[in-house]
Ligand binder design. Structure first.
Ligand code: FE2
Length: 283
């Protein structure tokens, strides 16, 4: 990128997470998909689960359906077992990513495969365009060892899950909203300029430490989420000690959203159809 013509994105909004309980009683910090931040089109939901108290996660997410969008699970610590009604099964280990395109429908469960210790990670919901909502389900399961890490100047390092930075491409491919997803580690006082396609909506979440964002100069505290304004890059700096930040960007769909629990379609009629199909065992 030519830095002389780069437009740095300011902060558009900063929001706090909301404590919620989901699945069979898993405690979560919900950052997107709340009354104050309904969505960041195309992102419908972002949950962080983080606890070393098994009572907060042990009940897991027993069998439940999805239709019309994608769920992305990024594990930082701990282990989950995933299984669905098509016979697909796998383990999500620390550092791994599962990008599941639910499409026309799957019924699956996500259960912890540990009885104690830290469980920490994210689930992100990514919308599908109307033309792809009834596509065949697809999984991309990427172990930690296949997620490239690239160093940037000043001791910064970036795990590239999706999208491209400094000539390094993440392993996730073929997603309609052309997402970028970076896990960025900034050393104490460190800073980085991260490319974000101008066509994309984007947000930053410092899940460890705190940051400032150039342009607005606004400070984003630990576990606050910053929705970014327009531009083609963002400059972030660690405040105080080391910081670790999730940067996520994707092309907005600009389509109507009808959502009901685990179904996300374009119209209320399609939601009713999804419920009927699920009840009739057609997933
Ligand atoms: Fe799920």
């Amino acid at each position: 990128m030519d830095r002389s013509t780069m437009v740095l994105r300011p902060t558009a909004r900063i929001v706090d997470g909301v404590a919620v309980s989901d699945g069979a009683g898993v405690r979560l910090n919900r950052l997107i998909g709340t009354p104050q931040l309904d969505q960041v089109d195309p992102f419908l939901m972002l949950d962080e689960f983080r606890s070393d108290d098994a009572a907060d996660y042990i009940a897991g997410f027993p069998e439940h359906p999805h239709r019309g969008f994608e769920t992305v699970t990024y594990m930082l610590a701990g282990r989950m077992r995933h299984a669905d009604n098509k016979g697909h099964e796998g383990r999500l280990d620390a550092g791994s990513v599962q990008w599941m395109t639910a499409g026309r429908g799957i019924v699956h469960s996500e259960m912890p495969e540990q009885e104690n210790g830290l469980m920490w990670g994210f689930q992100l919901w990514v919308n599908l365009p109307a033309k792809d909502k009834m596509t065949a389900p697809r999984y991309q399961e990427i172990p930690a060892s296949e997620i490239p890490t690239t160093p940037l100047a000043g001791g910064v390092s970036v795990k590239v899950i999706a999208g491209e930075i400094a000539g390094v491409r993440g392993p996730i491919n073929g997603i309609a909203t052309a997402p970028a997803m970076f896990d960025v580690t900034l050393p104490a006082q460190g800073e980085a300029v991260l490319p974000v396609p101008a066509t994309h909506a984007a947000f930053l979440y410092p899940f460890s430490g705190a940051i400032t964002i150039a342009g607005s100069g606004e400070r984003v505290l630990h576990r606050e989420l910053a929705v970014l304004g327009a531009g083609d890059a963002v400059r972030v700096a660690a405040v105080g000690g080391q910081a670790r930040v999730l940067l996520v960007a994707g092309k907005p769909l600009g389509e109507p959203v009808a959502r009901y629990g685990p179904f996300v379609m374009n119209t209320a009629q399609e939601i009713r159809q999804a419920a009927m199909d699920y009840q009739a065992g057609r997933f």
